[in-house]
Design a protein around this ligand. Structure first.
Ligand SMILES: *Cc1c(COP(=O)(O)O)cnc(C)c1O
Length: 435
């Protein structure tokens, strides 16, 4: 089955525009050199009804979406636009970047800042949500704009991006906060920054002694694989350990151009991960996700997260029930390589952060037996050890070091004994009869 899908993927993209009969008039006369030049791609992005009408049969719904006043920014690289099916309005490539009326319809649970990022922001552009890592938003610009952007409240506005003063404040905060060992550079898309500016940020971060790892979150390898030049990759490789998470949603995004970009990044020793948003009509299918995961691992990208769609304006029509994610996870575990399986997460509203969700494999338990089921529905008992001496934190150097730094937090803190209880605010008052 998957061989057939794979060959379809290959066929669809083996004919780059600009070279054959089927080339839309918009790109007639574009040389292969121009097409392969990321600057040409960026300056020839499509954004209007007139632009898209030259390459696809726009529907009335798409024309209305593109024409709606105040809609979230539209800009699509010619490369990504060339992957669209000109006659299929349900094309997953098309649906990700061309607005329709549905995008304008508010839904009941939508929120302005669904992840509560603004509340966790100590300085503009920094989101410090977790103790040891920070999200650094370095630009509001992307190579193309996803209709379901989780940060559409700040992304896309060319007049509202970050400047040197913002960067200095971000770097100062990170330098002054020794708990931060992992800095996640995102945006917008960091790989759209001018290369000298990106390099300056990477250098400054790498000079902070407690920053152990830098990560880049990007969709440039998907929207603009031409940008992943040997020169860019050589620069990135100077800032190891550098990790990269790339946003992929559909197997049709894995083209020969993307394979080349991924090979360059992987050859430079950059560990690659993928992030995927689960969306109705795009990838809400176990077989589409399985095919995407297989394409990723054969290109040395380790699936990282599969996201439940956020409660963000414009994304209501893309939302699936959480059950769809569980069904997909059930279809992966056991059925394919463990390293091809992402973690399904809900990014909990109000700044709850990422919460992993998966089907139950643990059925029951006694003091001696644990009853588990596998992916086939086979049920068996694991016999627990009759004696377990237990880990001794007193004689463990790592536990001692952690304890000296205020101990474990949250549920882990309850387990370690560093935390006595976790109670909602007002719990004591609500349960006190003393007053
Ligand atoms: C996702 C995210 C991170 C990184 O989380 P990991 O689970 O470590 O990948 C950090 N900060 C914020 C605000 C995030 O949303």
């Amino acid at each position: 089955m998957s061989m057939k899908i794979d060959s379809l993927i290959r066929k669809r993209v083996d004919e780059p525009p600009g070279v054959d009969e089927a080339t839309p008039s918009l790109w007639k006369g574009v040389s292969p050199q121009q097409w392969a030049d990321w600057r040409w791609q960026m300056t020839h992005r499509l954004s209007t009804v007139e632009d898209f009408a030259q390459i696809i049969d726009l529907t009335a719904d798409e024309i209305a979406g593109l024409s709606a006043p105040g809609r979230f920014r539209v800009d699509v690289t010619p490369y990504f636009a060339s992957l669209m099916d000109p006659t299929d309005p349900n094309c997953p490539i098309r649906r990700q970047v061309i607005p329709t009326n549905a995008e304008l319809v508010p839904f009941e649970a939508e929120m302005f800042d669904s992840l509560g990022e603004d509340a966790h922001s100590p300085v503009p552009g920094l989101v410090h949500r977790y103790p040891d890592r920070v999200l650094m938003l370095v630009t509001t610009q992307c190579a193309s704009y996803c209709r379901f952007c989780t940060r559409s409240r700040i992304v896309g506005d060319p007049h509202a991006t970050f400047n040197s003063a913002d960067f200095e404040r971000q770097l100062d905060y990170i330098a002054a906060t020794p708990e931060i060992r992992d800095v996640l550079i995102s945006g917008g898309d960091p790989l759209t920054l001018p290369q000298p500016l990106l390099e300056r940020l990477l250098r400054r971060l790498s000079e902070i002694p407690h920053v152990e790892v830098i990560r880049i979150g990007t969709r440039v390898p998907v929207f603009l694989p031409q940008r992943i030049t040997e020169e860019l990759v050589a620069m990135l490789a100077r800032y190891h350990p550098l990790w990269m998470n790339i946003h992929f949603n559909h197997p049709r995004e894995i083209t020969p151009e993307v394979c080349v970009a991924l090979a360059r990044l992987a050859n430079a020793g950059i560990p690659l991960g993928s992030q995927t948003v689960l969306m109705a009509g795009i990838n809400d299918c176990p077989n589409v996700i399985m095919s995407l995961m297989h394409e990723l691992v054969r290109n040395r990208v380790r699936p990282y997260y599969l996201y439940q769609c956020d409660l963000v304006h414009g994304a209501g029509h893309f939302r699936t029930p959480v059950a769809k994610g569980l069904e997909i996870m059930e279809s992966l575990r056991g059925h394919t390589s463990g390293f091809a399986i992402p973690t399904f997460v809900i990014d909990a509203p109000d700044g709850g952060g990422k919460v992993p969700v998966l089907p139950n494999y643990l059925l029951s338990m006694s003091d001696t037996k644990v009853i588990v089921r596998n992916y086939e529905g086979f049920v068996t008992a694991y016999t627990q050890p009759p004696q377990y001496a237990g880990h001794d934190p007193e004689s463990c150097l790592y536990c001692q070091a952690r304890h000296a730094e205020s101990g474990q937090k949250g549920i882990a803190g309850l387990l370690s004994g560093d935390v006595r209880r976790v109670a909602p605010e007002g719990w004591d008052r609500a349960h006190s009869h003393l007053e």
